[in-house]
Design a protein around this ligand. Structure first.
Ligand code: ZN
Ligand code: ZN
Length: 434
């Protein structure tokens, strides 16, 4: 569905030639994106500790984020650098026993951040396909070991106990995969442009004002959907999706800005276009056909589908990398159920670029999607203050995984059924009509 557009690649070449300048974005744009991450994304508070999680591919923007965080009043900014090539070596050469042995000092560091009420800024810069040659069992088991060791941290973030945000910055390998027809420098420049554009950052706009406006639009969508209080949604299109997703009782549609446990308004994802809620764990039935490849554990899963019964995946297939789906479903019981259902019009800014970003932060905002795995407590009334046990009783799905995949299409029809059986058309020809 989101095929790379050769003409778009050529267009970028023309733009970069006509400008005739260097390939790094202007300092102005980098500063604006960093400010957006600090002031709108995490909304760093005076005296707060800030943890920036970044890869060595993103030094420039990360340094600017640190500076902007201090200017916003941060008490101290910690940068947790990672490097995907180092991680690749760890996964390749360490024994499985060593990989699943998560040291206490690492866990303690996360405990410290949580206790201090730190906020978190992640700079995403994936290297798609890097772990292709890694033993999937090793990748999966080390992932599970880390998830188990720092589950409290994941619950802290997914429960919005403190502010967190994710932005993205390019690296040459990623950029070349998104724009294969460009040389490396031009590809990086094109990906920067696409990221700024999707994040609503331009040379002469005020991104903060843009995000205020954008959040207001998303809030309106949430309110309309919350008023309908649908019992279930029926998704249908011509490529084989015919799926009923029952929603949890007292579900809450969310999207755009959110409030942390201490009441600070923040934006978890830059960019974001989605409005999403919590499915009832045992209430999904029928077939869903994905429309965008899924980048999972370094593998690109293509042309895949799932069949659900009583909420659980009972059959699945893929033309490429089906094993990656097998691994995902083997994570735990909860990875066989969905924890999120999200609506995005086909006609939306990121979707309209027709760029396959190979990064969920962008691709999930181009299309209706759902996630296998953990649900967000905030998607049910009073969910963030409820115990996990009580949440699970009402149909909240718990899992160590949360993997989004896209299934929106230009002909997607969605019909919502209200609690008293009334049918309301929500989507027609891929777009919101309510
Ligand atoms: Zn989502
Ligand atoms: Zn998600």
């Amino acid at each position: 569905m989101y095929k790379r557009n050769v003409f778009l690649d050529i267009l970028y070449v023309i733009i970069s030639f006509s400008k005739g300048d260097v390939h790094m974005p202007s300092k102005n744009l980098i500063t604006k994106l960093a400010k957006l991450a600090v002031n709108v994304g995490a909304n760093v508070q005076k005296g707060q500790i800030v943890v920036v999680r970044a890869t060595t591919e993103t030094k420039e923007i990360t340094r600017e984020i640190v500076k902007q965080a201090y200017l916003a009043g941060a008490k101290e900014v910690f940068v947790q650098w990672s490097d995907d090539y180092v991680s690749h070596s760890n996964l390749t050469y360490q024994s499985i026993e060593a990989l699943i042995d998560v040291p206490n000092w690492l866990v303690d560091q996360y405990k410290g951040f949580v206790d201090e009420g730190a906020c978190f800024i992640s700079v995403s810069s994936p290297i798609p396909g890097l772990n292709k040659d890694v033993d999937p069992k090793k990748a999966q088991q080390s992932g599970i070991a880390i998830q188990k060791a720092i589950h409290f941290f994941r619950e802290h973030l997914m429960g919005n106990k403190s502010q967190w945000t994710i932005i993205a910055a390019p690296n040459p390998v990623w950029a070349k995969q998104v724009f294969p027809n460009l040389n490396e420098d031009d590809a990086v420049e094109a990906l920067w442009k696409a990221i700024f554009n999707a994040s609503r950052v331009t040379e002469d706009n005020d991104p903060v004002a843009e995000w205020d406006k954008h959040n207001a639009t998303l809030l309106k969508h949430n309110q309309i959907l919350n008023q309908f209080n649908f019992k279930h949604l029926h998704f249908k299109n011509s490529i084989g999706t015919d799926l009923i997703v029952e929603l949890v009782k007292n579900h809450v549609w969310a999207g755009g800005g959110e409030h942390s446990g201490s009441g600070v308004y923040f934006n978890p994802n830059i960019p974001t276009e989605e409005t999403f809620t919590m499915p009832y764990k045992w209430g999904t039935r029928g077939k869903v056909v994905a429309t965008v490849p899924l980048n999972y554990q370094g593998k690109l899963v293509e042309d895949f589908w799932f069949v659900f019964k009583d909420g659980k995946v009972v059959d699945y297939g893929a033309k490429k990398e089906k094993d990656a789906l097998t691994n995902l479903l083997a994570t735990d019981d909860g990875s066989n159920y969905i924890g999120e259902i999200a609506l995005i019009s086909y006609d939306s800014p990121i979707s309209n670029t027709k760029i396959l970003f190979l990064n969920t932060l962008f691709d999930e905002n181009a299309s209706c999607h759902m996630a296998l795995g953990k649900a967000y407590p905030m998607n049910v009334k009073n969910g963030v203050n409820e115990s996990l046990e009580n949440l699970e009783k009402i149909g909240y799905n718990n899992s160590m995984s949360h993997v989004d995949f896209m299934f929106g299409s230009p002909d997607m029809e969605i019909v919502g059924t209200t609690q008293d059986g009334k049918e309301i058309k929500v989507f027609e020809k891929g777009n919101f009509i309510i």
